[in-house]
Design a protein around this ligand. Sequence first.
Ligand code: ADP
Length: 188
Amino acid sequence: MADAKRIVFLGPPNSGKGTQAVRLAAALGIPAISTGEMLRSAVAAGTPLGHRVSDVMDRGELVSDDLMAEVVKARLAEDDAKVGFLLDGYPRTLPQVETLDSILESIGASIDHVVMIDAPEPVLVERALGRGRKDDTEDVVKIRLEEYRSKTEPLVGHYRGLGLLREIDGHQSMDAVQQAILDAVKDQ
Ligand code: ADP
């Protein structure tokens, strides 16, 4: 599909990327695919996948690359992803970048934009503690940020090098962030 849009969202926990992913996907008419949401609903539904990931998620650590590869391959093979997709929360490690590349290569597709939303660390921590989700205690918030810094942040340089990175300041109003993203991904 020549005019399909394929977008990756990158950013630390609580950068606001989940909200913005849903908004942008709706604006572009593509599915917003959040791996975090997929895993949380698997846990809530008590599926075999849910049983395998729930402890890891509660600790704020990352699910294994192999398991995530299965999850993402299956999801991207669904019909609605043929018009494009917005991936929120994947890839999160360099091996996941390779997995995504090979999935896309097999369908003759590639990523159009990598949208990176960031905000100062104290803002991220404050937002996390105000959110009150089960995996949002202070220790877990710290672990998730550390996982992000050590495993996910290296992806920023990788995608910048490929000319795909669109950096967005997440420390502004939600509408301002949304506008900045729309400007960054509109066709030149
Ligand atoms: P955030 O609130 O940071 O956006 P998510 O909702 O994307 O977090 O993900 C919640 C949890 O799900 C993560 O802490 C991790 O345990 C797991 N997870 C989601 N996506 C991935 C992935 N691509 N690789 C490994 N683990 C993942």
